[in-house]
Every structure is written in C-alpha cells, then in structure tokens.
Design a protein around this ligand. Structure first.
Ligand SMILES: Nc1ncnc2c1ncn2[C@@H]1O[C@H](COP(=O)(O)OP(=O)(O)OP(=O)(O)O)[C@@H](O)[C@H]1O
Ligand SMILES: Nc1nc2c(ncn2[C@@H]2O[C@H](COP(=O)(O)O)[C@@H](O)[C@H]2O)c(=O)[nH]1
Length: 206
C-alpha cells in the first residue's frame, strides 16, 4: 500500500531504550505521531489507557482479531499486542508520519502491507547493560525480566532484516541517528514525488 505519510517501525529487545528514544524524537519533531497499540498486558507504573496502550481483555482482543481490526498482531513475552488499522491508516493517508514501537514479528508483517515502511532496530551496547537497564527501570518483576532477557536473543537475531540498526549506548548519539533516518526518509520521499510529478508533466499526464 502506498500512502503520502511515512511509516517508521522501531523494534528492539525489551530495555534497549526504544520508548525513550521515540519519546525524545516526538518531543523534538511534532510531525511524527505515535501509533497506540492494543495489548492484553496489564498497565505498569504510570501508564494510562489510550496513551501508552489501549489495555484490553482477552475477549476484546479476540473480537478485534476476528473483526480484522489489526494490521498486525503478535504474542510477545506471554501477552498479545496489536496495531489497529485505525491507529495508522487515517493518519498516513492524510500525510502524517507515524511511528510504531512494535516487536520484530509485527515489523515483518507491517513491511508486507506497507512496502515503503522504514524498519529500524535498536540494539543495546551489551547484555550486561540490557539487564541493568531493565533492573534500573524497576517496573517488571524479576521473572518478567528473565523472560524478556531470554527472548532478547531471538529478537536480536532478526536485526539484519531491518533497514537500519542503531546501537543505543550514548543516548544523544542514538537519538541523532534516529533523527537522521527520519530526515533522510522525508527527503527521499519528497524527491520521489517530485520526480514522479516531473515525469507526469513531461508526458502530459494529468
Ligand atoms: N542510552 C541509554 N543509556 C542509559 N539508560 C538508557 C538509555 N536509553 C534508555 N535508557 C534507560 O533504559 C531503560 C529502558 O528503556 P526503555 O523503557 O525506553 O526501553 P524499551 O526498549 O522501550 O523497553 P520495553 O520494550 O520493555 O518497553 C529506561 O529506564 C531508560 O531510561
Ligand atoms: N507486534 C507488536 N508488538 C508490540 C506492539 N506494541 C508493543 N509491542 C512490543 O511488545 C514488547 C513489550 O512491550 P512492553 O510495553 O510490554 O514492554 C515490545 O517489544 C514492544 O515493542 C504491537 O502493537 N505489535
């Protein structure tokens, strides 16, 4: 599917820092809007329904799956997460840039529907640092942290399928890289549109 807005997909193992980076990007760049996912995971910390996620029951999630309300969904760390069509299609059709913070399974599904989506993978600088970020964040039980670290190896093995990989060691450096990717995609996209318009004009195609 081809839309005037850009779709950026940011994936990473839990704790690598993708939410922090995406939040910082959106504070600097109001043209990038978030896609708010649905999840069956219970809220943690200060999370609010409709802001970080739409927190749904298993039954509600099932109904959305059978009603084909999702553009992608997946089982992640023992819960279900999904991007609704509503969360992205209207916005990108109106020309907005939308950022999806989803896992690698969702990223691959998004690429199949939106061939122009830009897939970005965030890596931590080391295993020790990944563990210590999850522990310092202090929002998950120890068994949940262990599960997320076990899943991280499978997730990181898929990094090569993404368009860009950013190592989030120094936060400001990683944010600079993320901004550069967004900026480059906008330039690339507007250059493609200009070239298409010039070709149409040269061929007298209305
Ligand atoms: N470059 C960095 N250096 C040190 N700490 C960082 C860095 N980036 C993020 N953090 C911290 O690491 C923790 C995990 O970050 P964050 O919550 O953004 O990860 P995440 O990838 O979104 O995880 P999840 O998928 O579980 O939501 C947070 O406490 C955050 O402040
Ligand atoms: N495939 C999808 N994955 C998603 C979606 N929303 C979030 N996620 C991923 O789940 C894990 C865990 O998130 P957390 O908030 O519980 O820490 C993380 O990798 C997210 O990127 C989604 O809509 N689809």
């Amino acid at each position: 599917m081809d839309y005037p807005g850009n779709i950026f997909v940011v994936a990473a193992p839990s704790g690598a820092g993708k939410s922090s980076l995406v939040k910082a990007l959106m504070e600097l760049d109001s043209a990038v809007q978030p896609s708010v996912s649905h999840t069956t995971r219970p809220p943690r910390g200060q999370e609010k329904h409709g802001r970080e996620y739409f927190f749904t029951s298993d039954g509600e999630f099932d109904a959305m799956v059978s009603g084909e309300a999702f553009v992608e969904w997946a089982h992640v760390h023992g819960c279900r997460y999904g991007t609704s069509k509503k969360a992205i299609e209207d916005r990108v059709a109106q020309g907005a840039d939308v950022v999806l913070e989803i896992d690698f399974q969702g990223a691959i599904q998004i690429r199949k529907t939106f061939a122009n989506a830009v897939l970005i993978f965030i890596l931590p600088p080391s295993w020790e640092e990944l563990r210590s970020r999850l522990e310092r964040r202090g929002e998950d039980r120890p068994d949940v942290i262990e599960l997320r670290l076990r899943n991280a190896a499978t997730e990181m093995a898929r990094a090569g399928e993404f368009d860009f990989v950013i190592i989030n060691e120094l936060f400001e450096r990683a944010l600079f890289d993320l901004k550069a990717i967004v900026h480059a995609q906008r330039l690339r996209y507007s250059a493609q549109r200009r070239a298409r318009a010039d070709t149409f004009a040269a061929l007298n195609i209305p």
